[in-house]
Design a protein around this ligand. Structure first.
Ligand code: 5GP
Ligand code: MN
Length: 327
């Protein structure tokens, strides 16, 4: 049961032109969840558009309907036009408006109803309907539940099921973490029953990276260091190194999880310098070992075992500060 679902139902009922937004550097869950919601709203006869602040990784270009996504950094004019017409806003897979970066000033002033669907702790977006379950495996799982609550499982088409499965699979590392809820397996079962081919999907999701990405991964693993605490791995990647390996958007996705496969390593940090001088940091951990508290020290956030932040500081300073707080 989703509390007050009637409110969401009437907000959708009154709308005809919906915009669905996801976070910066969209991952498989942000993409899967927003596109699944779009598919559902289109089936209801609405106009619905997914807007993302920046580009999705090229290796996701096979995802059904991904070409319909309007990307702000590539198409500001089109985004403005779509936003002008919108009468309902969905915020999916993020809990703070800062997570949509350059899209924020365009979306925040809109005087249209807002629905938030998210699985991060402490949702902090003013809205008319909030569906927040921090324990959920993925925002895509919540979109599935949301659709079922509103229209029943019959409304979940093969395409919607595929988009949802992509989100759940990527956010749980192929059902390897955030995966202890028995209900999740009922959902997976329902999605497979809709004809989703998990064998095929896993190949498309995890076995179609570029050779450059593979070599970059090998480089990252070879330069990984283990910090003085003996349980934290650190990988630092400069812009120069990224150029050498012809880095493409999303190429480092997943790297941060790899050191966790080493015995006794239960915390892993990937620090990546960006072209614009910002530094992007990803943190992962295992067990009762929060890393979101570390990310928060730098103005970021996330989940207990998966968090991140961005810093407008020199790379060396970020590393030094991180080493100071890690012990
Ligand atoms: P990733 O390391 O894959 O970029 O992000 C992992 C998780 O950390 C995301 O799902 C999100 O919850 C959180 N996260 C990453 N970057 C940021 C950030 O800059 N700010 C906040 N608040 N959360 C972040
Ligand atoms: Mn996400």
């Amino acid at each position: 049961m989703i509390e007050n679902i009637g409110t969401a139902c009437s907000l959708i009922g009154q709308s005809s032109n919906v915009i669905i937004t996801g976070h910066v550097r969209p991952d498989g869950d942000a993409i899967g969840a927003t596109l699944a919601l779009r598919s559902y709203l289109l089936d209801l006869g609405k106009k619905a558009t997914v807007i993302l602040p920046n580009a999705y990784p090229d290796y996701y270009s096979w995802i059904p309907d991904i070409r319909s996504v309007v990307i702000l950094e590539n198409n500001q004019g089109k985004v403005m036009e779509i936003i002008k017409e919108a009468d309902l806003l969905f915020c999916v897979d993020y809990n703070q408006l800062s997570r949509i970066s350059a899209l924020r000033p365009l979306v925040e002033p809109l005087k249209i109803p807002r629905i938030v669907i998210d699985h991060h702790i402490g949702p902090d977006i003013p809205c008319d309907f909030l569906y927040s379950v921090p324990s959920a495996s993925a925002a895509s799982e919540l979109v599935y539940r949301f659709i079922c609550e509103l229209s029943g499982d019959e409304a979940v088409t093969h395409k919607i099921a595929t988009q949802i499965m992509i989100g759940i699979t990527t956010d749980t590392g192929g059902l390897a973490f955030s995966c202890n809820d028995p209900e999740l397996y009922h959902i997976i079962g329902n999605l497979v029953a809709k004809g989703v081919d998990r064998n095929d999907l896993n190949i498309k999701l995890f076995h179609t990276y570029s050779l450059d990405r593979f070599k970059l991964m090998s480089h990252c693993l070879s330069k990984m260091e283990i910090l003085a605490d003996g349980r934290t791995a650190l990988i630092v990647l400069t812009v120069k190194e990224q150029k050498k390996f012809r880095y493409q958007v999303g190429d480092t996705e997943g790297f941060v999880n790899m050191p966790l496969t080493i015995q006794k390593i239960n915390r892993s940090i990937l620090v990546r310098e960006e072209e614009d001088g910002e530094v992007k940091v990803s943190l992962r951990s295992e067990g009762d070992n929060p890393v979101n508290t570390i990310a928060e020290l730098f103005g970021g956030g996330g989940h207990k075992n998966a968090s991140g932040f961005e810093a407008k500081l020199p790379l060396a300073e970020v590393i030094e500060r991180l080493k100071r707080v890690i012990h």
